[in-house]
Design a protein around this ligand. Structure first.
Ligand SMILES: Nc1ncnc2c1ncn2[C@@H]1O[C@H](COP(=O)(O)OP(=O)(O)OP(=O)(O)O)[C@@H](O)[C@H]1O
Length: 304
């Protein structure tokens, strides 16, 4: 059953981590909305893993804090029932079975051992449960990792690069499992730098670069379709005149298939320019960037 509380599932406030002269995360603030699947996106080295590890109490922040349902991780009385995490390494022993690993975790977290069979079934790992972890494929390891995260029946699931190294069917499986989890009203935060693989799943996105926030919102907002800015295509009575007028105003525009393509701006701005120049617009439309294009734009600009 879905579980909800009144507080924000994940709130990051002024979070900073310095490693000597390297600032891995720099005064980062964002919130994750309940019951949504949020992508935590950033290029290699942007600070995603460090942020998630601080959120999960595995790395101590230099400044700021991250809270899960209003509490820092270490203050959670019963953390496994609040948040489950799928990180790089499940910490299972090669010569122990997946079932043995989960049983040990149950004992340590005072979770009833009966949960082991439940989560093994949830991640389709029952048949391989008694095989040694060392014989598991990458996909099976990822399923065990998810099973581990689900042991405490948490409200929030945090996953660091969950599709890393998986084949297409493994990726499909993970995406379906996460969709199901979110459909129960739970909150999912997924970090990745491979946007194309998980784009279809995401509702909200947080994009970071060099440890700082560069965008946050729904996928549509970040792709430019709701913010009023982004690429605009205009079919005009005098396309060459419109292009010249745009450039004279310092707007970035090109000719594309008979239309004038404005690389940034908004429909209102383009309409006003055409009216000023007495050029009739036959059609004007806002082109939604793909999330991947928006990501590349945002992180490229910020990276300079
Ligand atoms: N323990 C550490 N000691 C020193 N520097 C570190 C440490 N952990 C991370 N860093 C540095 O902090 C920065 C952010 O790393 P982080 O792993 O958080 O990025 P990321 O966004 O998860 O990258 P990736 O997508 O490659 O996993 C990098 O410059 C990294 O080299």
């Amino acid at each position: 059953m879905p579980k909800r509380t009144d507080t924000t599932p994940i709130a990051v406030d002024g979070l900073t981590k310095k490693y000597g002269s390297v600032t891995a995360v720099d005064q980062l603030s964002f919130t994750v909305r309940p019951g949504r699947i949020t992508g935590f996106l950033g290029p290699n080295g942007a600070g995603k893993t460090t942020t998630l590890r601080m959120t999960l109490g595995l790395v101590t922040p230099s400044a700021g804090r991250a809270t899960i349902h209003g509490h820092i991780y270490r203050q959670l009385a019963n953390p496994t029932s609040v948040v489950g995490a799928v990180l790089d390494d499940v910490g299972a022993h090669d010569s122990r079975s997946g079932r043995h690993h989960l049983r040990q975790l149950c004992a340590a977290a005072r979770i009833p051992a009966s949960r082991v069979d439940d989560v093994l079934a949830e991640v389709d790992l029952t048949q391989a449960a008694d095989r040694d972890y060392g014989t598991y494929s990458r996909g099976m390891r990822q399923r065990l990792s998810l099973a581990q995260a689900l042991l405490g029946d948490p409200e929030v699931l945090i996953m660091d690069e969950p599709t890393n190294g998986l084949d297409p069917s493994g990726i499909r499986w993970i995406l379906d499992a996460l969709r199901e989890f979110a459909d129960q009203g739970r909150t999912v935060l997924i970090s990745t730098h491979v946007i194309a693989e998980i784009q279809s799943l995401l509702e909200d996105v947080i994009i970071i670069n060099r440890g700082t926030l560069v965008a946050q919102g729904t996928v549509a907002q970040v792709c430019g379709s709701e913010s009023g800015t982004g690429q605009v295509s205009a079919h005009a009575s005098d396309p060459a005149g419109l292009l010249a007028a745009a450039r004279a105003k310092g707007l970035s525009a090109t000719m594309s298939g008979g239309a004038v393509l404005f690389s940034d701006g908004g429909i209102e701005q383009v309409s006003a320019l055409a009216a000023q120049e007495r050029i009739t617009l036959r059609e004007v439309s806002s082109l939604q960037h793909s999330l991947e294009a928006a990501f590349l734009n945002l992180t490229r600009q910020e990276g300079k």
